[in-house]
Design a binder for this molecule. Structure first.
Ligand code: C2E
Ligand code: MG
Ligand code: MG
Ligand code: MG
Length: 280
């Protein structure tokens, strides 16, 4: 009896797995179609100067509304795109859209674009960036690329060389989700990032957990000592903003200032100087 139960459990598990794989295949097919038909969208979330509340730049965040399922979170479909080999096309689309929108904003406002590790693994990636800024007329100095810690940079000299080339074009490079990767400190040593974006999981615990606050303080201090700007992600309350400002954090991003908004709203935010309404 125990044997047949075990077998049953195994069957259930494998059925579920097969179901999961089927569901992913379907989503993958729909995503390929959405990319091809340019049905993806890009929203923009302000990154503000913590002291003044002024908008410094926007982060471009990809959006997908599935015709049947409705909105699908990027944390769900970006990994699918990665596994299905679609991420170069997805990444190109976001990069171009982001550069095109930013080219219409005042010259002081920058734009940050998230990169997938496999984009950086492509030898023609620098050329892709050169084309995107050239064709949209965006000054490369207004473009920032966000990378997350996945592959140890020190062990990847091709990726390092690529980041250096991008740098020499004037593009800035940010280390995203700092603190939740597995090799944060060695990452900081292997490349001179322009900015550290501290993961929101720490910001959430300001005023609640001494360990999170200690890590935030250390990260902000480290950024300062290494001459990198520090950005806190997921700032939702004034108390969090004030605490971060008190610790010397440079920039903030989060629902306190604005949610990610469609391109037209982002343009309005900068044009109407709506940053004053974001001010403390
Ligand atoms: P990320 O790069 O760390 O982006 C910040 C995420 O935090 C965004 O989620 C944003 O909507 C969310 N967020 C911002 N402020 C707050 C806040 O105050 N509270 C909370 N709870 N969340 C906040 P989103 O748009 O769902 O994106 C999730 C992740 O998906 C991103 O994390 C990034 O890793 C990835 N992603 C998004 N767009 C792209 C893209 O175009 N390309 C690639 N490769 N990855 C992307
Ligand atoms: Mg990011
Ligand atoms: Mg981030
Ligand atoms: Mg994050």
């Amino acid at each position: 009896r125990a044997k047949s139960e075990g077998h049953g459990r195994y069957r259930l598990f494998s059925d579920r797995m097969a179901e999961g794989i089927r569901a992913e295949r379907l989503l993958e097919r729909d995503l390929a179609e959405a990319i091809e038909k340019q049905q993806l969208d890009v929203h923009f979330q302000p990154i503000v100067d913590l002291a003044s509340g002024r908008i410094l730049s926007f982060e471009a965040l990809v959006r997908w509304t599935h015709p049947v399922r409705g909105p699908v979170a990027p944390s769900e479909f970006v990994p699918i795109a990665e596994r299905a080999g679609l991420v170069a096309d997805l990444g190109d689309f976001v990069l171009r859209r982001a550069c095109r929108e930013a080219a219409g904003w005042p010259a002081a406002i920058g734009v940050s674009v998230n990169l997938s590790p496999s984009q950086l693994a492509r030898p023609d990636f620098v050329l892709t960036v050169v084309r995107a800024v050239h064709e949209t007329g965006l000054s490369p100095a207004r473009l920032d690329l966000e990378i997350t810690e996945t592959v140890p940079l020190s062990e990847n000299s091709a990726m390092r060389a690529m980041l250096e080339q991008l740098r020499s074009l004037g593009v800035s490079i940010s280390l995203d989700d700092f603190g939740v990767g597995y090799s944060s400190l060695s990452y900081l040593r292997s490349f001179p990032f322009d900015r550290i974006k501290i993961d929101m999981s720490f910001v959430r615990d300001i005023g609640r957990r001494a360990d999170a606050e200690a890590i935030l303080k250390a990260a902000i201090g480290l950024g300062g000592a290494l001459k990198m700007r520090t950005t806190a992600e997921g700032v939702e309350t004034e108390a969090q903003r004030d605490w971060l400002l008190g610790q010397g954090c440079d920039e903030g991003q989060g629902y306190l200032f604005s949610r990610p908004v469609p391109a037209a709203d982002a343009a309005r935010l900068v044009a109407t100087g709506a940053h004053s309404s974001l001010r403390a």
